[in-house]
Design a protein around this ligand. Structure first.
Ligand code: AMP
Length: 431
């Protein structure tokens, strides 16, 4: 169907379910988030790392671990032409640990502080704030067991959301112990749940045998009731873990951060030890987790490395963008073209092309007209381009080696020698 300005038709293909295009209108938010992320990381001494979009499947099945939703149900798994089993990265931490070991980053002074911005792929049920491909900003401090580093990462996450201009979020922390003390806690948890297994949701019945910690995380009301009265992990911590958790809290308090200890906080990935934390927006309804992280002291060993205690954080960029919009945070507009160049006739077109090239080499952003549109059509294009000035070249201008310079706001036009366009645009030579 053809309308005066809008043409509608039905495309043969759409973006896969749970994925979305980030159109130019949205890009201002993304650039804003990425710039704030880069600035934050510079302030805290974190350097960027980029890892492949896909990895050896085992990297995730052994670390995120079987028995977690991500590995059991959500990974995008495929075999390449050589028969190797690969997975699209569902998260950013395991690939970074793999890179740390592969490139000998353990030889650098520790901790090694790294950050990433990357896609994550999970075959989840799409809904607002939950996609099958989403993007994460995350940072990791590798190779140091100091609880001050847990506090640094948590404070940095808090600072990140503040620097975006967001408010109304809270920080929850917990400790889920280590391989020494966690088995006792898991045992207590199983004892608590075992008389009620039949009344658990089907997912939790599986969790009961495969990953009991995740029972605490179930959102189903009947399961939540049992979770509320479940034993608390902090009551089962060994001395080292208890001291560590106390120190983290002491440091956070000293840094002036307000936080709550949430006893039911466990994370969706299996590699966490000791500190876990989450930052939640209190303003958004469902999918309110803005980001989360924790310590993963045993992960490097699972990947064949030496003991490398580490801590990290990741946050979903789509959810940040959603919060920025909901809270009407003012985002700087993306820069537009400085100048639109219009022409009439073939000779003028050639001059227009040469001038555009020259201006761009002087760092002036130029959008050029193309084709054989009427001057009126080109001026419409100039208007929508957002450029402050339009340069018009016709036959007379070619002959006189001049251009017409139009101020798009005031509509004023003047003739300018072609050689003086740069100066005229800078307002130095307005003759
Ligand atoms: P996780 O790796 O599960 O700890 O997730 C880290 C953060 O990524 C979460 O707090 C969310 O902000 C975001 N996130 C996780 N899964 C999704 C998803 N399916 N769609 C959009 N954002 C997500």
């Amino acid at each position: 169907m053809l309308y005066s300005t809008v043409r509608e038709f039905f495309p043969l293909y759409k973006a896969p379910r749970g994925t979305s295009d980030i159109l130019p209108d949205e890009q201002g938010y993304w650039r804003y988030v990425e710039e704030k992320a880069a600035l934050l990381c510079q302030l805290y001494g974190y350097q960027r790392i980029t890892t492949p979009v896909f990895e050896d499947l085992r990297l995730f099945s052994r670390t995120v671990a079987e028995g977690t939703d991500i590995v059991d149900k959500e990974m995008y798994i495929f075999q390449d032409r050589s028969g190797q089993k690969l997975a699209l990265s569902p998260e950013g931490t395991a690939p970074i640990c793999r890179a740390y070991l592969e490139h000998g980053l353990y030889n650098l002074p520790q901790p090694v502080r790294l950050y990433y911005i990357a896609s994550a792929f999970r075959y989840e049920r799409p809904q607002a704030g939950r996609q099958r491909q989403h993007h994460q900003f995350g940072f990791e401090a590798l190779g140091d067991a100091d609880p001050a580093l847990d506090a640094e990462v948590i404070e940095m996450a808090n600072q990140f959301f503040l620097s975006l201009g967001l408010s109304g979020f809270s920080i929850q922390i917990n400790s889920i112990g280590c391989r020494t003390c966690r088995p006792n806690y898991i045992e207590a948890l199983k004892q608590h749940y075992s008389p009620h297994v039949a009344s658990l949701c089907p997912d939790c019945q599986v969790r009961f045998t495969r990953n009991p910690l995740r029972l605490l995380d179930c959102k189903k009301p009947s399961c939540q009731k049992l979770a509320k009265t479940a034993p608390k992990s902090i009551d089962y911590l060994c001395n080292d873990c208890r001291t560590h958790f106390e120190s983290v809290q002491k440091y956070l308090t000293a840094l002036g951060l307000s936080f709550q200890v949430k006893h039911r906080l466990v994370r969706g990935l299996d590699y966490y030890t000791r500190t876990v934390f989450e930052i939640e927006s209190q303003r958004e309804g469902a999918q309110s987790a803005l980001g989360g992280g924790g310590r993963y002291d045993d992960l490097m060993e699972q990947l064949g490395g030496d003991s490398t205690p580490s801590v990290g954080f990741a946050a979903g960029i789509e959810r940040m963008v959603r919060s920025l919009k909901a809270q009407e945070v003012n985002i700087p507009a993306l820069p537009k073209s400085d100048v639109f160049v219009a022409y009439r006739g073939d000779e003028a077109k050639l001059e227009a092309m040469k001038l555009a090239l020259r201006l761009r080499r002087s760092q002036i952003a130029v959008m050029e007209a193309t084709g054989n549109r009427s001057l009126k059509g080109q001026m419409r294009q100039a208007n929508t381009s957002g450029a402050n000035h339009t340069i018009i070249i016709g036959k007379t201008e070619v002959e006189n080696q001049t251009v017409i310079l139009r101020d798009m706001k005031s509509g004023e036009q003047k003739s300018v020698p072609s050689a003086e366009v740069e100066a005229a645009l800078e307002g130095v030579n307005t003759a």
